[in-house]
Design a protein around this ligand. Structure first.
Ligand code: NDP
Length: 265
């Protein structure tokens, strides 16, 4: 019987996930179909999941915290970070995972010497990725526009700054735009004066936004730094979600060439 999957979010029209997963189902001969579902109110996620009779779902902005609450069981990492972007139904129970963070970790693995990372932004994506990076041995510092979002990070022992309190004390190997600045506007994630201090000493500049050259990446290129957008993160979180959806019927390496095809369109 065909298994159904979807992405819940608002908006979802732009999402590449249906293409990524459907190309993989087709290429791997798996009887699955992946759609998109615009969900206005995240509190209805659990009921909708059962109504649609789906096997699995990805969850995107702004419902990752509601997705966390909707699950019966959480894997250890999702529990630790409080955000779920992948749900799989098994024997009537909803199991929740976070694949964004391991996806990001894999996306930066090519910068082998990198140890110190500066996150510009402290939202939901920074929340899970800061933890996965710290667990992997990186030192993460967070710089955010508003102070209130930084409180939980400070409590968890991360070094944090607002634009006003920022002091450049040590070089950062990677400078990462973890904000949505540049997604639908032309803004930089922080004042140019801060970027002018940190970028010259960095090994590379990375953006989690994909599919466009953001003002941040454009700015970084002035310093002839290697840059990377969020496409690999998107690809890798998708492959890890696909492993969960299919109960590990396929390996990462088997899924990768098919899912990657979504990025040539
Ligand atoms: P959140 O809404 O949780 O957080 C947004 C963050 O961006 C906050 O830190 C906010 O700061 C900051 N911000 C927004 N606009 C500006 C601005 N103009 N100037 C400075 N700071 C700004 O979003 P998420 O963490 O969920 O998502 C962040 C980005 O990650 C998005 O662009 C999203 O598309 C991308 N993403 C990419 C993925 C991929 O696979 N490549 C996966 C998941 C997310 P403040 O606290 O001051 O409001």
């Amino acid at each position: 019987m065909k298994q159904l999957f979807t992405i819940f979010g608002n908006p979802v029209a732009h999402s590449k996930s249906p293409l990524m997963h459907n190309l993989s189902f087709k290429g791997l001969n798996y009887n699955g179909c992946y759609t998109r579902y615009k969900l206005e109110d995240g509190r209805g996620l659990r009921a909708k999941f059962f109504d649609l009779n789906i096997t699995g779902a990805n969850i995107t902005v702004p419902h990752k915290e509601e997705a966390f609450k909707a699950c019966d069981e959480l894997d250890a990492f999702a529990l630790k970070v409080g955000a779920v972007n992948t749900i799989v139904k098994k024997e009537g129970k909803l199991y929740g995972y976070n694949t964004d963070a391991p996806g990001f970790l894999k996306a930066i693995a090519e910068f082998k010497e990198a140890k110190r990372v500066l996150f510009l932004g402290a939202g939901g994506t920074a929340q899970s990725t800061s933890v996965v990076l710290r667990d992997a041995g990186y030192t993460v510092t967070l710089l955010n526009r508003s102070a209130n979002r930084l409180e939980r990070y400070t409590k968890e022992g991360f070094k944090t700054y607002t634009f006003d309190s920022f002091e450049y004390q040590e070089p950062y190997d990677l400078v990462v735009n973890m904000t949505s600045a540049g997604l639908e506007d032309d803004s930089l994630p922080c004042p140019a004066s801060i970027l002018e201090q940190v970028i010259p000493d960095a090994m590379a500049c990375i953006d989690v936004i994909y599919g466009k050259e953001t003002p941040f990446l454009k700015f970084s290129k002035k310093y002839h730094k290697p840059t990377k957008d969020g496409s690999d993160m998107l690809l890798y979180q998708g492959i890890i979600a696909f492993e969960h959806f299919t109960s590990n019927a396929f390996s990462f390496k088997e899924i990768e060439p098919f899912m990657k095809r979504a990025f040539i369109f």
